[in-house]
Design a protein around this ligand. Structure first.
Ligand SMILES: Nc1ncnc2c1ncn2[C@@H]1O[C@H](COP(=O)(O)OP(=O)(O)OP(=O)(O)O)[C@@H](O)[C@H]1O
Ligand SMILES: [Mg+2]
Length: 507
């Protein structure tokens, strides 16, 4: 293999397969000194697998890696760290019962005499680091209590705390909103010097334009092409990715404001997060929920379905006042909630695809007496997998072996099988590739046409603008406004999202 001295990282002819899956074949990739290289491809294309090979999580079967001209042989994540490779994992890799500081320095704790850990020094170092990165995080907070977005921040802080040469970011922004993405991009620009480089994986196409220098496209485990960002259009990149053109300018369909109210929420207040949240959801409507991190959108959803307690609220479902005390009861009443945190509240990683897709419907659809109807379960799962194009070798594959985006599709499938009247989708397309996103949008439109009512919480404004018949905007625990589809723009939403009602009310 020829080594090219202008390259920081070189990957040549790498192969990797898993039982039933050829994840990578003949894969290559070049990272130049001082550049941010975008790496894109559909769900299951092999992006994360390649990054896991580079950082010693998997061992490759064939192929070569070079770092700064030297052969790179990493057998463990520790080897990778020592060679200056730092990674932000797509599936956040934090230990939930430890604090922010403990997670950042795990395995590298400051010690006196090499033995006793020094918690105070660790906290102080964490404060310094977070201050330097301008991140609003409490070093002593337990990771279990953080939102997904904050957890993502911790991962980013951790990766930047190493003295890294190559920073690998596997969808670092999937849980972040536009402001936070801009902050991260500033950090990346500060990180890049002529000695370092970044591999940046994302499904949010516009980000590629703002942060990358070049973009490498892979498909089905194979290298397709690398282009200069400045001279290529997103449409070109997307068509390399999915092998066809996708219309990204579509608008909400079938918007009407004369439909009956199916779910009405009045004055929903919780102890700390929410203040008198009120809104109506109509039959056959897609109601968008927009806002910045911490605005209270997830809290609203969780309080409605009884996952978290509320202080007061009047909730009316199909005209009847209801009290919902837990998510299972909500589901029985026909309200399904897809959580933003698929690992904590959704997926059962060790169960197979069939059970993950059917689990919420097992009792009402897939049992006779004490017995599971095995073939019905498999058939329902098979249908959902085909509809959503989940990439899996079989219905009996454990969900933890699916790629990130395909795990997300599996959980969407669960709510399709459950057949609820009201669907609350919290960041439904997180980690899903552009082509599949468009398919999911069409599916949601189809559900709305059939009379289902959908609440779509999303941090991606283009997604809200693409889908929502009306947009409820929240800020700081308040609803700051509701916009009709034709009033909703990036600007009008952001203006409401940054309105602080709580401060206005102060004398
Ligand atoms: N540990 C594993 N065991 C079995 N199959 C695996 C394993 N890890 C990955 N795969 C399979 O390898 C293929 C590539 O997966 P990978 O996670 O690299 O995709 P990706 O490009 O990162 O996708 P996404 O955009 O959804 O994150 C997929 O078909 C996936 O199911
Ligand atoms: Mg991945």
């Amino acid at each position: 293999m020829e080594y090219d001295p202008t390259l920081l990282l070189q990957v040549e002819d790498v192969h990797k397969s898993f039982p039933g899956v050829n994840a990578l074949s003949g894969m290559r990739l070049d990272l130049r000194h001082g550049e941010v290289l975008g790496l894109v491809g559909e769900n299951g294309a092999g992006k994360s697998t390649l990054m896991k090979l580079l950082t010693g999580i998997y061992i490759h079967q064939e192929g070569e890696f070079f770092l700064d001209g030297e052969p790179l042989r990493v057998r463990t994540p520790l080897d990778a760290e020592k060679r200056g490779l730092s990674i932000i994992h797509q599936e956040l890799n934090l230990v939930s019962h430890l604090t922010v500081a403990e997670n950042i320095w795990l395995g590298r704790e400051p010690r006196s005499g090499g033995v006793f850990t020094k918690p105070r020094e660790q906290i102080a170092r964490t404060r310094d680091l977070l201050e330097r990165l301008e991140m609003d995080l409490d070093p002593k907070a337990l990771v279990a209590n953080l939102t997904v977005a904050k957890q993502q921040m911790v991962e980013i802080a951790k990766a930047l705390s190493f003295d890294a040469k190559v920073l690998i970011m596997d969808e670092p922004t999937s849980a972040l909103n536009e402001t936070e993405v801009a902050q991260l991009h500033t950090l990346i620009r500060r990180f890049v010097t002529p000695e370092t480089g970044v591999v940046y994986i994302t499904h949010r196409m516009p980000e590629l334009k703002s942060i990358t220098d070049r973009i490498t496209v892979i498909r089905d485990g194979k290298y397709i092409t690398t282009t200069d960002t400045a001279t290529s259009t997103l449409d070109e990149i997307i068509s390399h990715m999915v092998g066809r053109a996708i219309d990204t300018s579509a608008k909400p369909v079938n918007v009407r404001d004369d439909r009956e109210v199916i779910l009405s929420v009045r004055n929903l207040t919780t102890k700390s997060a929410l203040h008198e949240v009120s809104f109506d959801l109509h039959k056959g409507e897609v109601l968008g929920f927009a806002g910045l991190m911490g605005a209270g959108r997830t809290e609203t959803a969780r309080a409605i379905i009884g996952a978290d307690p509320h202080v007061s609220a009047e909730i009316t479902l199909r005209g009847t006042t209801v009290t919902i005390s837990n998510p299972a009861q909500a589901a029985r009443m026909g309200i399904g909630y897809l959580s933003e945190d698929r690992k904590k509240y959704g997926l059962m990683l060790n169960l197979d695809v069939a059970h993950n897709v059917t689990i919420s419907s097992i009792q009402d659809k897939f049992t006779t007496g004490p017995f599971e109807k095995k073939s019905a379960i498999r058939q329902a799962a098979q249908d959902a997998v085909e509809l959503l194009k989940v990439k899996t070798p079989s219905m009996t594959q454990q969900v933890k072996f699916l790629s990130g985006g395909n795990q997300q599709k599996a959980i969407i499938g669960r709510w399709l099988v459950k057949d609820c009247d009201v669907l609350i989708f919290d960041e439904p397309t997180r980690g899903i590739d552009v082509g599949a996103k468009e398919e999911i949008y069409q599916l949601l439109n189809h559900l709305a046409e059939q009379g289902k009512s959908i609440i779509m919480i999303s941090s991606e404004l283009p997604e809200i603008l693409r889908m929502a018949h009306r947009v409820v905007v929240m800020s700081d625990g308040y609803v700051t406004g509701t916009l009709q589809a034709d009033e909703a723009t990036q600007e009008s939403i952001m203006a409401l999202a940054t309105t602080r009602l709580s401060e206005k009310e102060l004398p």
